[in-house]
Write a protein that binds this ligand. Structure first.
Ligand code: ZN
Length: 127
């Protein structure tokens, strides 16, 4: 019987292979542009939450007037899912460094929950 130490590298190789396959499949799916309405909702939410990137929480990504600074709209789940609940506005650095998306799922889910609360009137807008 093989030990965990022997199986671990095999599992890591499998994970790498799965990521490569996923990347390849994704490359065949056409990218759907995020609509201006969805973008505007994200901007409003970010302003309400203090103008910072919801991913790192440190970089200012919009000004108090709602102008987008050094930030990008991200299709969190996949390039063909462009709804409000599937996207967010994050700083360019976070976007560039985002390799394994599952690692950022907690931040994305917190952002979506806060956005939903704002939409339900449980928080007031900052401007
Ligand atoms: Zn960031």
């Amino acid at each position: 019987m093989e030990s965990v130490a022997q199986i671990l590298p095999i599992l890591e190789n499998l994970q790498t292979s799965m990521s490569m396959i996923e990347e390849r499949v994704t490359s065949f799916v056409p990218r759907k542009h995020i609509t201006d309405t969805v973008k505007q909702r994200h901007i409003s939410v970010v302003v309400t939450l203090g103008c910072k990137c919801p991913c790192c929480g440190t970089t200012q990504i919009v000004d108090e007037l709602g102008n987008v600074l050094d930030a990008e709209f991200d299709h969190f789940y996949s390039r063909e899912r462009r709804d409000y609940v599937d996207t967010w506005l994050i700083c360019r650095e976070c976007h560039l460094n985002m390799k394994e998306r599952s690692e950022y799922l907690p931040e994305f889910q917190v952002y979506q929950r806060r956005a939903k609360n704002i939409d339900n009137g449980q928080m007031t807008f900052g401007f």
